[in-house]
Design a protein around this ligand. Structure first.
Ligand code: ATP
Ligand code: MG
Length: 356
């Protein structure tokens, strides 16, 4: 069950709130869809992966963090802790499994030039998934499991976060600015922009900074480090008081759009970890495109037009896929959204989510 809010939100933007919810409602995934996806995960785990090599198949991403929409993809991570695996997890196993998935009738694409190997599976329409289903299977992507948990915890603190995320994901999709493969930003990146806004910009703040509050005293058995990064965050939700910010979802959305319409993307880095929420590109050394040599000797280009610091892997710019044109489009869309929401007229803001 979601958190209960002690008093109704202020209502100055009730029309816009209603519009946001009317966009979101048809996208809530049904309990049945969640169940079917878990069944599919289990089939992949038990029938396919375990037969090739004992390992763990763990869901992450929107299916776990509460931000799933109907027909959203299934993100899975394969971990192998055994000292002597049959196939090496990052080099051999992805190829062997890709071939195996093909035998099972999936459409398979193996990406090895990415930071971690990824198998992209596509299943055509079936009785269970009439619109087909996309899956991303990553190998040894441990930090993603932790950032999924952080997002899941934030989403349990305040129910407005999930509504904002669903709306922004939809808006970004229909406006063509939600594709890391085409020079814009991933859903994960947009979620971080919303968290930064709710933690650091909304006043009073809607969410505490979970990586900063509390005495930072770990509870026994709590993992503190992953791949050399600090992954601690405050997890005791019973000790987080409800926010004093009672603004409606519509008003917060309008403030979110106007904040990013004026954001100094040229100099600043969005950070949810840092108290205050902002860093300069100079302080991070993120001032120009960086090339590094990736796994197969290919060049991996990290651009620094739009900078969002990953909450745990703080050397990683989540916005590195955004190109110059991508940033231009994203800014343009924030400005357009800000203008349309300010109109506070249903006939005007309905244009917000028109397909571009
Ligand atoms: P969607 O419903 O659009 O698939 P999602 O919430 O699953 O949204 P994705 O962008 O697919 O979001 O990301 C899934 C997970 O992959 C995230 O929770 C995060 O752990 C990881 N991830 C995605 N993009 C990045 C990135 N640029 N850097 C680091 N981790 C990322
Ligand atoms: Mg996903």
């Amino acid at each position: 069950a979601g958190p209960t809010n002690p008093q109704p939100y202020q209502d100055a933007y009730s029309g816009f709130t209603e519009y946001v919810l009317s966009i979101n409602r048809p996208q809530y995934p049904s309990a049945n869809e969640m169940y079917l996806k878990e069944q599919l995960r289990s089939l992949i785990d038990v029938e396919i992966v375990q037969r090739i090599q004992p390992s763990r198949v763990i869901p992450f991403g929107s299916l776990v963090n509460g931000f799933a929409t109907a027909n959203s993809d299934l993100d899975l991570c394969i971990l192998d802790d055994s000292p002597n695996p049959r196939y090496k997890i990052k080099t051999e196993l992805p190829e062997v499994l890709a071939a195996e998935f093909e035998r099972y009738g999936f459409e398979v694409k193996l990406l090895t030039k990415t930071r971690i190997p990824i198998i992209k599976l596509v299943q055509g329409p079936t009785a269970q998934f009439p619109l087909g289903l996309a899956m991303d299977i990553g190998f040894e992507n441990r930090l993603a499991l932790h950032n999924t948990r952080l997002l899941a915890t934030y989403s349990r603190i305040d129910s407005r976060l999930r509504e904002m995320v669903l709306f922004v994901k939809h808006w970004a999709k229909v406006r063509g600015i939600n594709s890391s493969y085409h020079g814009t930003l991933s859903s994960y990146g947009y979620v971080l922009t919303i968290l930064h806004f709710l933690i650091n910009v909304a006043s009073p703040s809607c969410l505490p900074n979970l990586q900063h509050i509390g005495a930072q005293v770990p509870v026994p058995f709590e993992e503190l480090e992953c791949e050399g990064y600090n992954i601690w965050f405050f997890k005791d939700l019973t000790n987080i008081p409800p926010s004093l910010n009672r603004r409606s979802i519509g008003e917060l959305m309008a403030e979110y759009f106007s904040y990013y319409a004026q954001f100094d993307f040229r100099n600043m880095v969005i950070s949810i970890r840092t108290p205050g929420g902002l860093l300069t590109k100079t302080s991070k050394g993120w001032t120009q495109a960086l090339d590094r040599v990736g796994p197969e000797d290919q060049k991996v280009r990290s651009r620094n037009f739009l900078c969002i610091e990953d909450p745990f892997e703080i050397t990683h710019n989540v916005g590195r896929t955004v190109g110059k044109n991508g940033l231009y489009d994203i800014r343009g869309e924030y400005m357009r959204a800000s203008k349309l929401t300010r109109a506070r007229d249903p006939r005007v803001f309905r244009a917000l989510c028109e397909q571009r």
